[in-house]
Structures are given as C-alpha cells and as structure tokens.
Design a protein around this ligand. Structure first.
Ligand code: ATP
Length: 306
C-alpha cells in the first residue's frame, strides 16, 4: 500500500438555522430532529502525518494514533472524536498496528459552543485517511462511517446548506444560501450537548416541525420569508443554563441585526448580515461592550484539503 506522508485539511464549523427537536428519545437514546444546517468559514486546521511500519519501531501507543492540539481543553486520547474516526478507519481496513498516525488539531472553533467543532474534526479525519491510504471510499460509505462517530459528522462530510433529519444522519442537500456575513458571539461558557438535550426532555416544549416550509422558501429563494421562520427548540432550555444567550441576542438586535439565534445546543449566538457594514457594526459593537465576537461567513464547503 502506497502511503502519502502528510496532508492538511481545513474543517469548517456549522450553525443551525433551524432546529426542531422531538421530546421522547428514540430507543437508541438519540433525539429525532429536523434541522437546517449551514457551513461557516470559521474552521480548524488539521495536519495528518502517517509513517509506515518500517518507522514504527518506537510506538509508545498500541493504537498508533497520536493527537496534539493548541487547545488544552480538548482530550487527546480515545475521547477525542478524531481518535474515534481514525480508529474506525484502522479497524475497518485492518490497518491497526501497521502505521503511526500523528494528527495535530489547530483549533479556532470554540469548544462546546454548538458549532460542531469536534464533529468537523472527525469528518476531516475520515476524508484525510481515505486520501492518505488510497481507500477510494465514495460519499455513501464515508457518510455511513461518519454516522458511527457522531450525529453531526455526516453533515460535516457534506457541508453547505443541508436539511438533516432522523438523529441528524438523514441528509438532503439544499441549494446553497447566498453569501452572508455571520457574527458569532458567546460568553465562553461551555454547554454540553448531552446536558441540554436531557434538560429539553425535562422542561422543553416541543413544537410542530416547519422544516418543509423553510425548505420551500430556500428553494424559491425567498430568503426574507425564510429568515422570519428561524427557530431553535433548544434555545429556551439553554437560556436556563446560560442567561447570557438572551442578553447577547438583545445586544445584537440593538446593533441593528434582526436575524439572530442560538446555534445547536448553544451557547453561541449568531447574527446574519447581508453586508459588511452591518456585520462590522455588530462585531465592533459587541467588542466595545467587552463581548467575545468572531466575524465569519456562510460557505458551501465543509472540508478543504490544503
Ligand atoms: P455540536 O454542535 O456538534 O453539538 P459542540 O460544538 O457543541 O458540538 P464540540 O466542540 O464538538 O461541541 O465538543 C463537544 C465535546 O466533544 C467536548 O466535551 C469536547 O471535549 C469533546 N471533543 C472531542 N473531540 C474534540 C475535538 N476534536 N474538538 C473539540 N471537542 C472535542
């Protein structure tokens, strides 16, 4: 097997423009969702280095997977989703023990922020190892492997503007939204997805899904109508944990952006702006009030080999 030595991948985060959650967990413990997800420019950079068995005499780790990162808050062992994705590839293709895989994760996407940072890193790992080992896996197979790692991972393989159903693994590609500036803000608090879904089961109020109307709006390019209907069922629950979600939305509105919502299980709040002047006003306004802010944009791409 010919093994390419090094590959870099840029892996984008996502925001949920619409997130409808059903209350009762499925028999597998997951929740049934309807979500419209959008890739954003904000991304992590992953570097993959693979050495073949001639150079693996000094393996200190029987898995052969070594993760490093600039972010000290993420685990570097089996708990890292990158590790999980790499292990799936090694096992599926009987490569375990034959190679040393070094993966560096340069994080820019805030962790536990509702931006799918871990999921996009895992998606990048599947795509990079497919390339490095010349496995020639096509989309359907990659999406199946991605679903084994986590609910948001298949979306991160696909990217762009997507309707996700089931536990997030049934994907329908939608026409790409036009370019919008996106301002992200968070108080830096980490909300765990599992905790927020558990709270939703206790106190959340399920509502009838409207995803079909939203999909129709996107297909008909009726963006104003689409933006009026944005909704995230987890927002009210996350606000109980982090009251800042509401006050950040209020600040964004006062800075002139009407399209604002929490993403995923929070606590990051986004603002959608059609021009740079409006986006700068929100970004600078938040900064001047000592809030954390990131200026990014919509993108049709999730993973880019660089
Ligand atoms: P989602 O939007 O998919 O619900 P999130 O953006 O809220 O996810 P992540 O940043 O993906 O959350 O992190 C969730 C958990 O996964 C954290 O406990 C984190 O420590 C763990 N984790 C494992 N691997 C990674 C990774 N490569 N990057 C970030 N977090 C990771």
């Amino acid at each position: 097997m010919k093994v390419q030595k090094e590959l870099k991948v840029r892996a984008s985060g996502k925001i949920n423009l619409y997130l409808n959650v059903s209350k009762n967990p499925r028999s597998d413990g997951y929740h049934e969702i309807k979500s419209i997800m959008q890739s954003i420019g904000l991304s992590d950079e992953l570097t993959f280095k693979v050495a073949d068995n001639e150079n693996t005499q000094n393996l200190t780790n029987p898995n052969g997977i070594y993760i490093t990162s600039n972010d000290i808050s993420i685990p570097l062992d089996e708990r890292n989703l990158v590790h999980k994705a790499a292990a799936i590839i090694l096992d599926e293709f009987r490569l375990r023990g034959k190679y040393k895989i070094e993966i560096n994760i340069k994080k820019h996407i805030p962790v536990c922020a509702g931006l799918a940072g871990g999921s996009t890193n895992a998606a990048a790992t599947l795509v990079a190892l497919n390339e490095i080992f010349g496995l020639n896996l096509k989309y359907p197979r990659l999406l199946k492997l991605a679903a084994l790692v986590g609910s948001d991972v298949p979306f991160c393989i696909k990217g762009g503007t997507v309707l996700a159903e089931g536990r997030g693994d049934k994907l329908s590609q939608l026409p790409d939204l036009p370019f919008y500036w996106v301002v992200l803000t968070t108080d830096g608090r980490k909300l765990h997805t599992k905790d927020i879904y558990e709270m939703f089961d206790l106190v959340g109020v399920p509502v009838k899904p409207r995803h079909r109307e939203l999909v129709k709006d996107i297909k008909e390019k009726q963006y104003d109508r689409f933006f009026e209907k944005l909704e995230n069922d987890l927002e009210k629950v996350a606000i109980i944990e982090d009251g800042k979600v509401d006050s950040l939305k209020e600040k964004i509105r006062n800075l002139g952006a009407d399209i604002t919502q929490m993403t995923g299980s929070g606590p990051t709040v986004f603002a959608f702006c059609s021009d740079l002047t409006a986006a700068r006003k929100v970004y600078n306004g938040l900064k001047s009030q000592s809030e954390k802010a990131i200026l990014t944009h919509t993108t049709p791409y999730s993973l880019v080999i660089i």
